[in-house]
Design a protein around this ligand. Structure first.
Ligand SMILES: C[S@@+](CC[C@H](N)C(=O)[O-])C[C@H]1O[C@@H](n2cnc3c(N)ncnc32)[C@H](O)[C@@H]1O
Length: 250
């Protein structure tokens, strides 16, 4: 077994500019970015007022590069990791309508209601249980009445127990790693293999299923409005875009 210390920030595992260089070669991520961009573009186009938008966990800003091109929006990026935050500052400080905050989304309250929250590849980096509940509850409490949260992330097929979850994880990651290797993205293949190992050990990476997500959302009084998949036809997992809104049922 390989010795692993507790990880406080994602940049302890991968340097931000290296992350930026390799991660968009990951299968289905560019398509998912594009779809999130199109959803937000359409909302902004149809809106009679300027939209308040928040990106959770901007990372190295790959999706942000698309979103900042949209007119009629103000964008707040909330990024917990100081190294990724600094990179975002370098890239987007010049944009008058962009505010970049080095904050934890689960602890941050906004001055104004947010029309659209979105995140890409962040949900599975937030530990399950209390932290996930806190972050989703913050989103629900800061959403405008008709606001939405567009959550983009990888999900694996449903499982009944830890053993099944581990097997599903290995099958999903094998698909991603094999493709990275075949396309000549050796560093991405290694990084994904490392991530699989950490996820199995329950450190920093916590991928789960759409069934788990639905329960997590419902605990925080959010409901699913729409699900879109980018990924293989087989039921081995995929990149999903889940549009959620406040539940008024309770
Ligand atoms: C895998 S990266 C994804 C980055 C980017 N969204 C992308 O698509 O490349 C996850 C990011 O979420 C950030 N993050 C994790 N937990 C967070 C939290 N509680 N509040 C704000 N950002 C968070 C991490 O620091 C990291 O930059």
């Amino acid at each position: 077994m390989w010795e692993i210390d507790k990880v406080d920030n994602y940049s302890e595992l991968i340097e931000p500019s290296f992350y930026h260089k390799i991660m968009r070669n990951h299968l289905y991520i560019k398509e998912t970015d594009q779809k999130i961009y199109e959803l937000i573009l359409e909302k902004a186009r149809l809106s009679s007022k300027r939209l308040n938008i928040c990106e959770i966990g901007g990372g190295s800003g790959a999706l942000t590069e698309l979103i900042v091109e949209i007119e009629n929006i103000d964008l707040i990026i909330v990024e917990i990791d100081i190294s990724f935050y600094k990179l975002l500052k370098e890239k987007f400080n010049k944009n008058d309508n962009v505010t970049i905050l080095n904050k934890d989304i689960s602890q941050y309250d906004f001055d104004n209601p947010v029309d659209i929250f979105y995140s890409m590849g962040v949900h599975h980096h937030i530990a399950k249980g209390k932290l996930t509940f806190e972050y989703l509850s913050k989103i629900k409490n800061n959403l405008a009445e008709e606001g939405i949260y567009i959550l983009g992330d990888e999900f694996i097929p449903a499982y009944k127990n830890d053993k099944e979850r581990t097997l599903n994880l290995i099958i999903w990651f094998s698909h991603i790693i094999e493709n990275a290797r075949l396309q000549g993205h050796q560093f991405l293949a290694i990084e994904e293999a490392r991530t699989l190992y950490y996820d199995i050990l329950g450190i920093e990476d916590y991928k789960n299923s759409l069934e788990d997500l639905e329960k997590e959302l419902s605990d925080s009084e959010l409901i699913i409005e729409d699900i879109h998949k980018e990924g293989p036809k087989e039921n081995i997992g995929g990149l999903y875009i889940i549009t959620t809104k406040k539940s008024y049922e309770k």
